[in-house]
Design a protein around this ligand. Structure first.
Ligand code: NAD
Ligand code: DAU
Length: 332
């Protein structure tokens, strides 16, 4: 049995990854999570408590981080400020967690010689033209557009520098947009599903032509575990499932699956600096480590996700009003 430390384990990516690890391995998992507005202890409900230790704390707390690293074999770093619209409103927490937090963890990884996997995003590469034939690969130059993406790019570069300069045994993965259960209602898909449940018309930024490359969160989790087990130290792996869809296509599918007219949504103020298109070429992960996604069918994955939000209103209800008030003030 291994001892795994997961940062941000009460968030969307972290909690789904922990469920996957508890189901697929016999590792013990320790979580460090500050329980910001985005963290929810209930996202880990129902898991065998003997397999899980939850520590509420900030990843910039070097003394706490040091104690936790002393008792672990490997670290998967999911803690982050993750939402673009919040970063446009106030970038400061993004610098604190994504930059200083990652630096604090890397220093502990260096002191303790721990294996470190850094969870990152395709947004570090900026965006692609709608008609571009190339997709993002491990060799695409960094070109972040937004404050959130810039802090994630900075954190990736810190990881690379700590590998090269200090021999930290780290890998990085850059994944595209995830969907699935336990995602905060501020994000596109859960916002629209919960809007429909509440009788609010879905809100699409601008013309809604922007394209995201959707992957089910369980596929992201299995890819990360594959990299943790077999990834080459110092390497970056792109994670994607060939799921490109425009925002209007996604919202229309949500409406249809929920029994409404597919045009029953509003166009609202566009996001500043809105990236046009993301698309991942995941060849390296598939050929080198033999990983492949299980959720080939976006429509059935989306239907499962809609069912989950319908059945788990108590998980999201408390956040919904504050999120909608935030968006209303921005004309979104
Ligand atoms: P999230 O906002 O749902 O969760 C973030 C978690 O981190 C929360 O539980 C929060 O309490 C915790 N946290 C925040 N600041 C902290 C701090 N200073 N100390 C300790 N804990 C802190 O975010 P997410 O969607 O789960 O994203 C997690 C990671 O995955 C991010 O690095 C993001 O870049 C990456 N990622 C996300 C997606 C996606 O579609 N959601 C896609 C690719 C990559
Ligand atoms: O690509 C990976 C990234 O995906 C992650 O790094 C981020 O943490 C994650 O939040 C996500 O970023 P996006 O900005 O792409 O996701 P978001 O859910 O905020 O928006 C998806 C698309 O939908 C984007 O084009 C903006 C649009 N949108 C969003 C909201 C909340 C709308 O049209 N209406 C909305 O109400």
């Amino acid at each position: 049995m291994g001892r795994l430390l997961v940062t941000g384990g009460a968030g969307f990516i972290g909690s789904n990854f922990i469920r996957h690890v508890v189901n697929q391995t016999d590792h013990h998992v320790t979580v460090i999570d500050a329980l910001t507005y985005a963290g929810n202890r209930d996202s880990l409900a129902g898991l065998d408590e003997d397999r899980l230790t939850f520590v509420r704390g900030d990843i910039t707390d070097a003394a706490l981080v040091d104690r936790l690293f002393a008792d672990t074999d490997a670290v998967v770093h999911c803690a982050a400020e993750s939402h673009n619209d919040n970063a446009l409103d106030d970038p400061r927490p993004f610098l604190h967690t994504n930059i200083v937090g990652t630096y604090t963890l890397l220093e502990a990884a260096r002191r303790h010689g721990r294996r470190f996997h850094h969870i990152s995003t395709d947004e570090v590469f900026g965006d692609l033209a709608f008609d571009a034939s190339e997709r993002f690969t491990e060799r695409t130059p960094y070109n972040p557009s937004s404050p959130y993406a810039a802090t994630k790019a900075g954190s990736d570069l810190l990881v690379r520098a700590w590998v090269r300069s200090f021999g930290v045994r780290a890998t990085i993965s850059n994944c595209s947009n995830n969907y699935g259960p336990y995602q905060h209602v501020e994000k596109f898909i859960p916002r629209q599903i919960t809007n429909v449940i509440r009788g609010i018309r879905p809100k699409v930024y601008g013309r809604g032509e922007n394209i995201r490359d959707w992957i089910h969160v369980d596929d992201h989790s299995s890819a990360v575990l594959t990299i943790l087990d077999g990834g080459r130290i110092g390497e970056t792996y792109m994670i994607g499932a060939d799921g490109e869809r425009s925002n209007t296509e996604v919202v229309e599918l949500i409406l249809e699956l929920m029994g409404h007219r597919s045009d029953a949504y509003d166009h609202v103020t566009d996001r500043a600096g809105h990236d046009l298109r993301y698309a991942i070429d995941g060849t390296k992960l598939r050929t080198e480590l033999g990983w492949s996604p299980r959720y080939g069918d976006f429509e059935s994955g989306l239907a499962d996700t809609i069912r989950w939000y319908r059945e788990n209103e108590s998980w999201w209800a408390e956040s919904k009003d504050a999120v909608e008030a935030f968006y209303a003030a921005r004309g979104q």
